[in-house]
Design a protein around this ligand. Structure first.
Ligand code: MN
Length: 261
């Protein structure tokens, strides 16, 4: 046997021993992986549990006045859905403020304050009158947007993913279970920049309410526990610059704040 053969046998035995340790720690069925990926988890308010995020869905143009400011006619165009990657989540503690880096490639970076709906169950073709039973809880979120890239791609009839679905584009606060806060669907939603209110509406202004969003989305995709839905932003979206402080409020949930750095 050559030295090379001997070394490869020893290396193989060491790997097998390591795999055995991992399997026995995690259960006999644990798959072997060359590396691990951190799961995306959102704290659950009033609990030591975390909410595991499966997918992030976002709804576009769900407030009539915002649809108009984006150049569409809300009476003719139904709202639509897009996704952000799960790891676009940036956690923001309740009552705290985190630094949010101004992203690359854009010169027109916009805020969009949104109600976030977190699901504990799913299904296909969910009836509207059953949809709210699937809601685990609610959070305040920001659908941060590279508006110039979104518009440029839209003008070229290309996917505007680069304007919406980038790293840390989804700041979100803790999820508040329905058991604690009830269903959030009619109260005030607002956003201020450096103390000046910019967006100010009520959730009742949503074109499609939460139950309708879940029902419509489940026509396109089977929904599962762990899916979250950014439910659209009211009018008066606008740009931020470095050092701006954003304060987001939704009645019934704690405030969410980020600082652009
Ligand atoms: Mn949005």
């Amino acid at each position: 046997m050559s030295d090379l053969d001997r070394r490869s046998i020893l290396a193989g035995a060491a790997l097998a021993a390591g795999a055995t340790v991992i399997a026995s720690e995690a259960g006999a069925q644990a798959p072997r992986m060359p590396f691990t990926i951190a799961p995306t988890l959102i704290p659950i308010a009033g609990s030591d549990q975390m909410f595991p995020v499966r997918r992030i869905y976002c709804i576009g143009r769900n407030y009539a006045a915002h649809a108009r400011e984006m150049g569409s006619d809300p009476t003719r165009e139904p709202p639509f859905f897009f996704q952000k990657p799960t790891d676009a989540i940036q956690l923001v503690p309740a009552g705290g403020m985190v630094d949010h880096a101004y992203p690359s490639l854009t010169k027109n970076y916009h805020y969009e304050v949104e109600l976030v709906v977190a699901l504990k169950g799913g299904g296909k073709d969910i009836a509207q009158d059953k949809a709210l039973e699937l809601v685990f809880g609610y959070a305040v979120g920001l659908d941060m947007t590279r508006r110039d890239l979104q518009r440029a791609m839209g003008d070229q009839k290309k996917p505007w993913e680069i304007g919406k679905s980038f790293d840390r584009s989804a700041p979100v606060g803790p999820i508040h279970p329905v058991a604690q806060v009830g269903h959030i669907g009619t109260g005030r939603i607002s956003l201020a920049v450096n103390g000046t209110v910019k967006q100010d509406a009520t959730l009742a202004h949503m074109i499609w309410n939460v139950a309708e969003q879940i029902s419509k989305l489940s026509e396109a995709n089977e929904l599962f526990a762990g899916d979250i839905i950014y439910s659209g932003t009211p009018e008066n979206v606008g740009p931020v610059v470095v050092s701006d402080i954003l304060l987001c409020k939704i009645e019934g949930l704690p405030d969410l704040s980020i600082r652009i750095v």
